[in-house]
Ligand binder design. Structure first.
Ligand SMILES: Nc1ncnc2c1ncn2[C@@H]1O[C@H](COP(=O)(O)OP(=O)(O)OP(=O)(O)O)[C@@H](O)[C@H]1O
Length: 580
């Protein structure tokens, strides 16, 4: 299929503001046409002087026409710019919100595989660069091309030889300018890549500042960042140097219409084949061709950039979403069944192989097994973060793919060891569990999660800001806030992935009580390495190498599963070791 032109693609992206943009283009077009009048007026004044015209009214009339043309052109030009800017900013807002709305609909893997530096560059920088294209390129470039075309038609009407003469220098200049365009798309892609690489390093540098300090890697990490900054600067410098030669020649040659129009026109006039009126009018009008054309040329690089910019945005907007029905469904009691489920994060590497498992509603199932076996992957598939590659998962008797993602997310509360907290107050971070919850409900959830006391001890209590990622709180405090958030959500299915990892012994009893409150009457899936916490589970599933090794109660597995038995012995050993 033939790729649509970038200009058409950006036009389609801005569908909400087509009217505004069309009005801006029309206004700019009329403005540029009015801009021709001062040139015609100047020609008429000079002709009047040549012919010894003595009527003041003649000069007044042409001066007024020229001035009015100039004023109307300025007015319309500014009007067009204000309309196109308004439309452009509205389109940028629209594109950004479409990209942000799209991200949660993508499989988590697609988002995680794209660095946050790259996503930021697309949403912030690349989308911002569309502003120039939308606000300036569309109205200004179209009108700056239309105006010289109109002048040329007029020149052809006056004298076709003079019209051709006024064109000679333009194609020569254009050839040099067009040479810049050769490979421009690739060059710009390279520029975007080096900028993204630089962004990625700075985001990584800031995100990993703790590790950098802890392992004294400040110098090394800084070197990586400064290398990329240098590479970025060098790339742009070399690119601009390559363009400079052609650009200078193009700008120098294109406006030299007089080199041909003046001597050859004079020759024709002296030989009597050209009248003085036409000669003078052509000389003056030839000035009005190059200005707009050069202005239009200044947008040529924008035109080349759009392909890459629109491509990056479309890559996100067109990325394959999780395939879920859009129509809410009726769900039965929250039984979860995995039927011959297989899954891989990447097409070429299967992680889970043909897993079948039933998790009855209202029971607790623990997933245990060696690291990397696939426990978290099973939990995330149940929560709907990814779609299975083969087989199916049902919740409440319905295939999860038939459940709209928003409805599915409502059914599951997922508490992991690194629950993200937003740079907002404690109150709002807990309220994320249910946005409609009142302050009293938030506080009740915090009490049930055993974190009310420590929150009240914070400088501003519930109104304390937690910092980016919850940086102002301890790991245990973040964990308890995450439990409170899950409590407020009150979803029928609760998944705890190493949920008690950060809790210190002192608070363990409080948190265990909180977890017990959270999971009451729910379908619970727990991933825990500390086997003593899950001995009472209705079902323990031993996951190894992407398959299920065994399933049963603690007592059953001790008798029937060697792997579980050895894990249990190792766990008891550690506990005894701890005690000693
Ligand atoms: N986002 C991802 N992209 C690619 N591979 C992944 C991703 N997440 C996990 N894996 C791989 O999938 C396999 C199973 O990982 P998973 O986290 O499910 O294991 P786990 O049993 O929960 O391990 P642990 O107990 O150490 O948390 C591992 O080989 C892991 O490297």
């Amino acid at each position: 299929m033939q790729q649509k032109s970038p200009l058409l693609r950006i036009w389609e992206l801005g569908e909400t503001e087509h009217r505004g943009l069309i009005r801006a283009i029309i206004s700019a077009l009329i403005g540029v046409l009015c801009g021709i009048f001062p040139y015609i007026a100047a020609a008429q004044v000079i002709i009047g002087l040549v012919y010894g015209q003595r009527e003041t009214s003649y000069y007044l009339m042409w001066c007024s026409i020229g001035l009015t043309g100039y004023l109307v052109r300025t007015l319309l030009y500014n009007l067009a710019l204000s309309m196109s800017h308004k439309a452009a900013f509205s389109i940028l807002k629209d594109i950004r919100s479409r990209v942000l709305k799209k991200l949660p609909k993508l499989p988590l893997g697609t988002v995680m595989d794209t660095s946050s530096g790259k996503i930021k560059q697309i949403i912030v920088d690349q989308v911002e660069s569309m502003e120039t294209t939308l606000a300036h390129l569309l109205p200004e470039m179209t009108s700056n091309i239309a105006a010289p075309v109109c002048v040329l038609i007029y020149l052809f009407v006056l004298d076709w030889r003079m019209a051709l003469l006024s064109l000679v220098s333009i194609p020569v200049g254009m050839i040099f300018m067009m040479a810049i365009m050769k490979g421009y798309g690739k060059d710009y892609e390279g520029a975007v890549r080096t900028t993204q690489a630089m962004n990625e390093t700075i985001v990584e540098y800031i995100g990993g500042i703790e590790v950098i300090k802890a392992f004294n890697q400040g110098k090394n990490s800084y070197v990586k960042f400064s290398d990329r900054v240098r590479a970025n600067a060098a790339y742009y410098y070399n690119w601009m140097m390559r363009c400079q030669f052609h650009m200078s020649l193009g700008y120098a040659i294109a406006p030299t219409t007089l080199i041909t129009v003046l001597p050859v026109g004079w020759l024709m006039y002296s030989k009597g084949s050209l009248s003085i009126e036409v000669f003078l009018t052509c000389v003056i009008l030839s000035f009005s061709i190059v200005g707009p054309l050069i202005a239009a040329m200044s947008f040529v690089d924008n035109l080349a950039k759009i392909g890459t910019t629109v491509g990056s945005v479309e890559e996100i907007l067109n990325a394959e979403e999780q395939q879920h029905s859009a129509v809410p469904v009726h769900l039965g009691k929250p039984d979860i069944v995995l039927e011959n489920v297989s899954f891989g994060y990447h097409a070429d590497q299967e992680i889970l192989h043909d897993i079948s498992l039933a998790i009855p509603a209202g029971t607790m199932t623990a997933l245990v097994g060696p690291s990397g076996g696939g426990k978290s992957t099973i939990a995330k598939l149940i929560a709907g973060f990814w779609d299975v590659s083969g087989g199916r998962i049902t919740l409440g008797g319905v295939d999860e793919k038939q459940i709209p993602l928003e409805q599915l997310y409502d059914q599951v509360a997922f508490v992991t060891q690194d629950n993200y907290l937003f740079d907002d107050t404690v109150l709002e971070n807990i309220r994320m569990g249910r946005l409609s919850a009142s302050d009293t409900e938030v506080e009740a959830a915090a009490k049930a999660a055993g974190c009310d006391r420590f929150i009240r001890g914070l400088e501003k209590g519930y109104d304390t800001r937690v910092g980016g990622g919850g940086a102002h709180l301890s790991g245990g405090e973040r964990q308890r806030i995450a439990i409170a958030r899950a409590m407020l959500k009150d979803a029928p299915v609760v998944i705890l992935d190493e949920a008690t990892a950060y809790i210190d012994p002192e608070n363990e009893a409080i948190v265990q009580k909180a977890v017990a409150n959270l999971v009451q009457n729910k379908t619970v899936i727990v991933i825990a390495h500390r086997l003593s916490t899950i001995t009472g589970a209705n079902q323990i599933v031993v996951v190894k190498d992407g398959g299920i090794e065994a399933a049963g109660t603690h007592e059953d597995l001790l008798k029937t599963c060697l792997l579980y038995e050895s894990m249990w012995q190792a766990h008891i050993g550690i506990k005894d070791g701890d005690a000693a």
